[in-house]
Design a protein around this ligand. Structure first.
Ligand code: DGL
Length: 272
């Protein structure tokens, strides 16, 4: 087995590198900005190749390696895979390529869901590709215990969210259809196993009903990334404005962050 060299030092200042197929990872970036307000962050939305969740594993691995390479050359000293689908299929390849780089993944929190459920019936909403992955099957095998897990693939949901449909009749109709099997299964806890889904949490909660607990993992991912960052001992930087790049439309991403987060940030186009 060949050992890859450590990430080479770049002239760029150290930053946290974060990526997702699109706008979903911004829910992780929001948590990261709260927990590490003084750390420079560089976010890539691989929008031209989204949704990852309806792609083949090899494609997701290839895109992840390309985007990570770009982030590392931009100064990333910790990489956050702010995407459940990319974590499921590509995190092993990333760790193999850059064994020295701290890489934090995003995975559905089966363990906290089991702890939160009273009736032992848990729903997981995620992309078709996450649900089909061996890593997801392994997570359930390791952490579900006696709880019953009802997995719900959500084709089409990421595409709607990417279009900025965060509260439209089309979104409500799709969520109603996707949640029906979970409601019929009488789950009392539902995990949002895709970083896009917290962006539509209010509508999702309305469709599932108030008595269902909705859980996400973004804050725990940010905590893990913060731990890795502090371990590097880089000290505090000046208050930082994140860099946002997209392989799709910079105007659309700029509009989205303004609409969904009220962040007055200007996104840039990235060609990789
Ligand atoms: N945000 C990604 C995830 O957490 C999903 C997306 C996609 O299908 O592109 O799985």
């Amino acid at each position: 087995m060949s050992i890859s060299p450590p990430p080479s030092p770049t002239p760029n200042p150290a930053c946290l590198g974060i990526y997702d197929s699109g706008v979903g990872g911004l829910t992780v970036l929001r948590e990261l900005r709260q927990q590490l307000p003084d750390v420079p962050m560089h976010y890539v939305a691989d929008t031209a190749h989204a949704p990852y969740g309806e792609r083949q594993p090899d494609y997701i691995i290839q895109r992840s390696l390309i985007v990570a390479e770009h982030l590392i050359s931009a100064g990333a000293r910790v990489l956050v895979v702010a995407c459940n689908t990319a974590t499921a299929h590509a995190i092993a390849a990333l760790r193999q390529r850059w064994p020295e780089l701290p890489i934090v993944g995003t995975e559905p929190g089966i363990k906290p869901a089991v702890a939160a459920s009273r009736n032992g019936r848990i729903g997981v909403m995620a992309t078709p590709s996450t649900i089909a992955s061996a890593r997801f099957a392994d997570l359930i095998a390791r952490h579900a215990g006696a709880a019953q897990v009802f997995s719900q693939p959500c084709p089409g949901l990421v595409a709607l969210i990417e279009r900025g449909e965060l509260n439209t009749p089309a979104l409500t109709a799709l969520l109603t259809e996707l949640c029906r099997p979970l409601i019929e299964a009488e789950v009392d806890t539902v995990l949002m196993g895709c970083t896009h889904y917290p962006l539509v949490q209010p509508v999702l909660q309305q469709v599932l009903g108030d008595e269902v607990k909705l859980l996400n993992i973004e804050s725990a991912v940010a905590q893990q990334a913060a731990k890795q960052w502090h371990a590097l001992g880089l000290g505090h930087q000046a208050a930082a404005i994140p860099t946002l790049q997209t392989t799709g439309s910079a105007e659309a991403l700029t509009r989205f962050v303004q609409q969904a987060f009220a962040w007055p940030l200007q996104a840039q186009t990235l060609q990789v």
